[in-house]
Design a protein around this ligand. Structure first.
Ligand code: FAD
Length: 466
């Protein structure tokens, strides 16, 4: 490690590494510091990738269990968590090896496994855990991409809950699954975990404090997901938990209904917390010493990811703008543009263009505004809906429930939002992102023809029906 760099990047997740690699490839000296010593951040270590690997395995298991519908006879098989874990770890290991090659083949990039903290706006103290050295480094430009962390629960006994580390962390996740699990939190992570674990035989209850799960999504969409989940999962909403007690046979959870104060008790083998995430702005990061403005929602940035200090940028979950991997990557790319092009950098980050996906059964996605969000902004909209069950893909897959919805500006005719639920719906979010980002109209979509038989056909048919 040297004591001077053109750019120091703190955190090597989606918010950090795209900018670091791109800027190093222009010949600038870049130091990237991350506790994991490799690329991918929490997404690869214990988030998106391992959770979707487990979900993929549970989906195959479910298909095997209904093989007879498709004219197949499956041998008696078993869903073995230890082997699913092994497969998940393998997916993560493969990606880590690929990322290590990227690091090694990028000239002008120094990757350090360790921690960084600000001394002031230009200097950082960097601990290198592999070389057991601590160096004070001066940087012309700094990118903060420290990500997010689970919001800690405060009720008595909360320290006994599991979280996503226990299920998905690389090589160290739990070896035995509970038979009966309570998931606290009905956001997308809680819903995904509940759905996938039920599919491999875990009895699941989801407890959400708000009156609905997936609260930020379109009301029809969350009703559809809730109705589906209720067929197999016990969904409890509007409840606050007060206490967790560990008993010989598992846990005892107590709480009360928020509307009438009625006391409630649940028992289970284990409780998993998924109540949301907050920006990783630990006190020892030294944001105050650097003069970087932040609040509990995250580090404040403008459209080009500048913080309150002109040569310090922030990208990813730590900004609180959109806590998704692809959004972090976009922010990182925009920060790289701003660092390389200065005032000529034109692109700005628009969180509402980012796709939110829920990989539950059924899948759901949301891009842009819902009708309610449009009306909060004083925008009048039309909504157009098409059921998925009429399309060949849904019929082939024997998954007939679901719909896609367009939210269209009444005056301009521009598509402001697209939302959907049903078979393979998460894939549709990519087309939705393009429509909303490019400001297209239903007529533009109506002139496209998606391949038959795929789940995308529902989109051009919906547009032609408008
Ligand atoms: C269970 C789960 C499932 C998810 N599924 C999806 C999904 O399907 N799709 C999706 O888009 N998103 C998903 N996410 C969200 C996604 O993981 C995050 O949005 C993404 O990781 C954000 O990237 P980031 O670079 O901002 O932060 P992170 O990936 O959190 O990376 C930040 C890195 O910085 C390091 N760091 C922090 N402080 C310091 C410091 N002082 N010094 C050095 N290093 C430091 C951390 O160790 C970490 O490696 C999921 C998250 C979870 C928890």
């Amino acid at each position: 490690m040297h004591d001077r760099y053109d750019l120091v990047v703190i955190g090597a997740g989606g918010g950090g590494y795209p900018a670091a690699l791109r800027i190093a490839r222009t010949g600038q000296s870049v130091l990237m510091v991350d506790e994991k010593g490799n690329l991918g951040g929490n997404c690869l270590y214990e988030g998106c990738v391992p959770s979707k690997a487990v979900r993929h395995a549970t989906q195959i298991w479910r298909e095997l269990n209904r093989a007879a519908i498709f004219g197949l006879q499956a041998e008696p098989l078993a869903a073995r968590w230890d082997q699913i874990r092994g497969y998940k770890d393998g997916v993560q290991s493969r990606r880590y090896a690929q990322h290590m090659e990227e690091i090694q083949s990028t000239e002008h990039l120094t990757m350090v496994r360790g921690r960084a903290r600000f001394l002031d706006a230009n200097r950082l103290v960097v601990e290198d855990w592999d070389r057991s050295e601590t160096v004070t480094v001066k940087a012309k430009t700094i990118l903060i991409a420290t990500g997010s962390q689970a919001i800690p629960l405060t009720f008595e006994g909360a320290e006994h809950t599991w979280d996503h580390h226990d299920l998905f962390q690389w090589q160290t996740s739990q070896t035995v699954l509970p038979k009966e699990l309570i998931v606290l939190g009905g956001g997308y992570i809680g819903v995904e975990v509940a759905s996938m674990l039920w599919d491999i035989g875990v009895r699941v209850t989801v407890i959400e404090m708000e009156s609905t799960i997936l609260g930020h999504m379109d009301p029809d969409l969350r009703a559809a997901v809730s109705d589906h989940l209720r067929q197999r999962i016990h969904l409890v909403t509007g409840v606050k938990i007060e206490k967790l007690e560990v008993k010989d046979q598992g846990v005892l959870l107590t709480g009360h209904r928020l509307d009438d104060g009625h006391a409630l008790v649940w028992t289970a083998d284990q409780v998993l917390a998924a109540v949301g995430r907050g920006p990783a702005i630990a006190e020892d990061l030294g944001l105050d010493a650097a003069g970087v403005a932040y609040n509990a929602r995250g580090i404040g940035v403008d459209g080009q990811m500048h913080t309150s200090v002109p040569h310090i940028y922030a990208a990813g979950d730590v900004t609180g703008l959109s806590m998704l991997f692809h959004a972090a990557v976009r922010m990182s790319e925009i920060a790289a543009d701003a660092i390389l092009l200065g005032d000529d950098a034109k692109e700005a980050f628009h969180p509402e263009e980012m796709a939110t996906t829920v990989f539950s059964r059924p899948e759901a996605f949301s891009v842009g505004l819902t009708r309610d969000q449009a009306s909060e902004r004083g925008i009048q909209v039309h909504e157009y809906v098409r059921e998925m069950g009429g399309e060949a893909w849904a019929q082939i897959a024997e998954e007939l429930d679901g719909f896609v919805k367009l939210v269209v500006h009444r005056q301009t005719g521009v598509i402001l939002g697209m939302h959907g639920v049903g078979v393979d719906a998460a894939q549709l979010s990519n087309v939705a992102h393009m429509m909303v980002r490019l400001g297209l109209k239903p007529a533009d979509l109506a002139h496209m023809t998606f391949a038959h038989p795929t789940q995308f056909e529902v989109l051009d048919r919906l547009a032609r029906s408008v």
